[in-house]
Each structure stands twice: as C-alpha cells, then as structure tokens.
Ligand binder design. Structure first.
Ligand code: JF5
Length: 228
C-alpha cells in the first residue's frame, strides 16, 4: 500500500514513521509513505499557502493554487481530507481505507481550506473526533497507524487483529498479568480459578458493565442489535 501525505510540515512525520509497527511495515516493503510539502507550490518569494477569507472573518484560509498543484499528481489515489467537519473515523472506515491501493491524506491548517479544493480534489472528509487540532497532521498519523496494523503481514497473528476491540460493539474487559498480588492489589480471584466457563462469563459481564457505564452510545446499539 502507498500512503501519500500532503502537509506544510513534512518533518512532523519523521519520528512517528521511524518507530514500531509503521517502521516495520515500511522496512518490510508492505507500506510506502511519501510526503508532499504544500509549500513547494507556495506563491511568491515567501511561498505563501494561505490568505484572508472572502467575506471577512478571523484567521486564514489555505489557498487553492498550492493545494491543486500538490494534489494534481495524486489524482487516481483515494484522497481524504483530515478535518473536524468530516465523518467520524471508526473501525469500519479504517477497514475500508486499508483495502485501498493508494491513499492520500491531506492535512489542513489555519481556519480551513478553500472549498473549491474540497469540491474538486477530495473524495471524503474524515474527523478523528470532536475537538480542534492546530492541523490535520496528528489526525493523519492516527489513520496511518490504524490502517497499517491491518495490512497483510504487518501483525504476526491476523486473528489478534480481527478478534479484538469492537468485535461485537462492546468495549474490552480489564486484563491482568503476574504477579497475582502487588502491594496488596489483587488480581480478581476468578481469573486464577482455572474455571474457563466462569472466566468467560466474568469477561462478558465486565464488557457489558464497562460499555453501559462508559459508552452509552455503543450500549444502545448493542441492546438494539441483540433483539432484532
Ligand atoms: C484542521 C481546518 C483541518 O482539527 C482537525 C481534526 C479534528 N478531528 N479530526 C481532524 O484537523 C485539523 C484544522 C482546521 C482543517
């Protein structure tokens, strides 16, 4: 898979792409990431990429010319704009993006991007959550990491990828490892019992309790789904 990143801060990605799972995927030839600096197509001596908004208002808007020039050679890829106004990212979206041959992630900055860029050069807008970042770079890294761990050959055991969080729309149960007691903090007795049926029942219960408490949105869907 190829992921192209369109940004005014290509160096932002140096550290994160050079460690752990993503580095392994790149070294194994499973993933290629290329960085495209919008400022290479900036205007004038100062290589300007933004300007004041028509109609007035605070802040700056990313101009069309540098973004068109950067995105034109990436036509044919699936072009995603990271934006707080996008569709919320979820695992189903990650699964879908991981099937694409060539993904382009466009990182916005300033107050936004001239709408003509979005209309002409963007296939979908994706948000990583309801908060505002200084730019889309951190959001693009989230997508890169979530997609990379799904690519064939990246994670040793494909079952451990498929069978995990959100497998049936519930949160995961709490987990413990050795020692059985640390400074008086004990591992729940059931997990030491060796009684597999009891352990299974306890885990299921913990998943439901957690989901109901922390994620009423997921709980509603789970309850609705189990009686339809
Ligand atoms: C951005 C204009 C993009 O802030 C974000 C973001 C939040 N959730 N998902 C993405 O992206 C940066 C800021 C302003 C466009």
């Amino acid at each position: 898979m190829r992921i192209s990143v369109v940004t005014i801060f290509p160096t932002y990605f140096s550290g994160p792409l050079d460690v752990g799972l993503i580095k392994r995927a790149i070294d194994a030839g499973i993933l290629t990431v290329d960085l495209h600096d919008i400022r290479d197509h900036g205007l004038g001596k100062h290589r300007q990429v933004d300007d004041t908004p028509y109609g007035g208002g605070a802040g700056m808007v990313m101009r069309v010319e540098p973004l068109f020039a950067t995105l034109e050679p990436l036509a044919g890829s699936h072009r995603v704009l990271m934006s707080p106004a996008g569709r919320p990212l979820d695992q189903a979206t990650v699964d879908r993006l991981a099937t694409v041959d060539h993904l382009t992630l466009v990182c916005g900055r300033y107050e936004g991007i001239d709408q003509r860029v979005i209309d002409a050069c963007i296939d979908e807008e994706i948000s990583i959550g309801d908060y505002v970042l200084a730019g889309g770079e951190a959001a693009a890294l989230v997508v890169i990491e979530a997609v990379t761990r799904l690519l064939p050959g990246v994670v040793g055991n494909p079952d451990s990828v498929a069978h995990e969080s959100f497998r049936d729309g519930l949160l995961e149960e709490p987990v413990y490892t050795k020692p059985a007691e640390y400074r008086g903090l004990r591992v729940p007795e059931v997990l030491l019992s060796g009684d597999h049926a009891r352990i299974q029942a306890w885990r299921e219960e913990q998943r439901r309790l957690r989901t109901r408490e922390r994620r009423p949105d997921l709980w509603e869907r789970f309850v609705a789904g189990s009686d339809s």
